[in-house]
Design a protein around this ligand. Structure first.
Ligand code: UDX
Length: 436
């Protein structure tokens, strides 16, 4: 099937390449000329495992191409809209500028029977407004939220755990849902749940999912705060409650909390939208979720400060990690980088290392010292803090080896990902998050 994908960021670029990999003929469109040039050369403009391979394959097969010209979307049967919906500069609501601009630019190129499938995370009610503009062209607007996780985006796009299609009522909606079934034919063939619903529900599914995930993380981080004043161990607590299948162990990783381009801004946009709808109180707890999350960054900084005797001024602090999570070079709202910046603000000499995110981090925080090589970064450290649980730090950093590089013996485990006993045995003062 001929498809267009409007917006070639973390979501759109992966979607375009993944759709080509399952046999479709795809054009990816973006206003960013550098990004399109890079994608057209077969170079992934960001780090995402597996993207490089499907991008090269797609281009070589002739089924995948990229363009800055919206006119190239003409002729596609389905147009996916995957542009960003960042937090507004002066508030918590989502900034819909890019979604509106993309749809407006697309409208002149739509033909009778086309489908415009929104993928961006939007405030509930957005799709209905967009439908009013799209419907006069004879095209149908549907909402098809995306649940991909960065670091697993290719796998999540090609083989998602569920598909959601918000469609208009009646025959038009049924037809649109059938077209989406054709698009996602490999998933449909293996009976992946395919939920057909109305536009509002589809929009809400996405924000509700992210709100739930954020709540789960902040719940365990709240338990970490209690553990910290009682001598309990939040990791053991998470293991124990996680055995209850109703609760589950995943997303109960206590530490410096969530960041990235989705969870933080999505819960804020959800609160803002609920306020507009006169239901602010229904999700008032999300403010608390946000507050708990932000407190964990303070806690990590406090641990380093107190471990170094009350001040980090002119101390060498090595920060292991900059990306908001491993297997990604994304530093949007990264708790890791925030902790590094705060330590720098307190007068520490901060050295940051990360396997993939240094270039991005340097661009927005040039004041920090970046070192590519992990061991080089550890040299002469008075304290070390792990803030992104890359395997390079979690599994492959031997405490004895770290001892041969660092000057001090303070290790703060901001992700509770290290073997505390092994670090202690090697003579380190180990500090976890919510752990004795
Ligand atoms: C999230 C959703 O998971 C995904 O379904 C949606 O499509 C986009 O938003 P992503 O932003 O890629 O995906 O990251 P995710 O894996 O959800 O992690 C978000 C943050 O939470 C990271 O900073 C991570 O380190 C943190 N986290 C995750 C924890 O602090 N503890 C955990 O137990 C899990």
């Amino acid at each position: 099937m001929r498809l267009s994908v409007i917006g070639c960021g973390y979501l759109g670029a992966v979607h375009a390449a993944a759709m080509a990999s399952i046999g479709h003929e795809v054009v990816g469109i973006d206003v960013d000329e550098r990004k399109i040039a890079s994608l057209s050369r077969g170079e992934a403009p960001f780090f995402e495992p597996g993207l490089q391979e499907i991008l090269s394959e797609g281009l070589a097969s002739g089924r995948l191409r990229f363009s800055t010209d919206m006119a190239d979307a003409a002729g596609a049967k389905v147009h996916f809209v995957g542009v960003g919906t960042p937090q507004q500069k002066d508030g918590y609501a989502a900034d819909l500028t890019y979604v509106n601009a993309a749809v407006d630019a697309l409208i002149p190129h739509l033909a009778e029977g086309d489908i415009v499938a929104g993928k961006s995370t939007v405030p509930v009610g957005t799709a209905a407004t967009l439908a009013e503009r799209v419907t006069p062209t004879g095209a149908t607007l549907v909402w098809n939220p995306e649940f991909l996780r960065e670091g697993w985006a290719v796998q999540d796009t090609i083989d998602p755990d569920r598909l959601v299609a918000g469609v208009p009522a009646g025959a038009e909606g049924e037809r649109a849902a059938d077209v989406l079934r054709e698009v996602y034919h490999p998933s449909v063939a293996k009976n992946t749940p395919f939920i057909v619903t109305d536009l509002a529900t589809a929009e809400l599914v996405k924000v509700a999912a992210n709100a739930f995930l954020a709540t789960k993380i902040s719940f365990i981080n709240a338990m970490a705060e209690i553990a910290e004043v009682t001598g309990a161990d939040v990791t053991t607590l998470a293991d124990a409650i996680g055995h209850d299948a109703r609760i589950g162990r995943r997303f109960l990783g206590a530490g410096i909390g969530f960041g990235g381009g989705c969870l933080p801004k999505d819960i804020r946009a959800f609160s803002a939208r609920a306020e507009e709808l006169g239901r602010g109180e229904s999700v008032a707890f999300l403010r608390e979720i946000d507050a708990i999350n932000m407190r964990r960054r303070d806690r990590a900084v406090d641990l380093v400060v107190s471990a170094l005797g009350g001040s980090v001024y002119k101390k060498n602090v090595t920060v292991l990690g900059a990306a908001f999570k491993p297997h990604s070079d994304d530093i949007r709202d990264s708790p890791a980088l925030d902790v590094a910046v705060r330590l720098h603000g307190l007068g520490a000499w901060v050295t940051v290392t990360d396997p993939e995110a240094i270039e991005n981090a340097r661009r927005i925080h040039p004041q920090l010292n970046y070192v590519e090589d992990r061991d080089e970064a550890l040299r002469a450290a008075d304290a070390v803090i792990v803030v992104t649980e890359w395997d390079e730090y979690r599994r492959q950093l031997d405490p004895e080896h770290a001892s041969s590089l660092a000057t001090g013996r303070v290790i703060v485990d901001g992700r509770n990902c290290l073997d505390a006993a092994a670090w202690r045995a090697a003579g380190w003062d180990y500090y976890g998050m919510g752990r004795p």
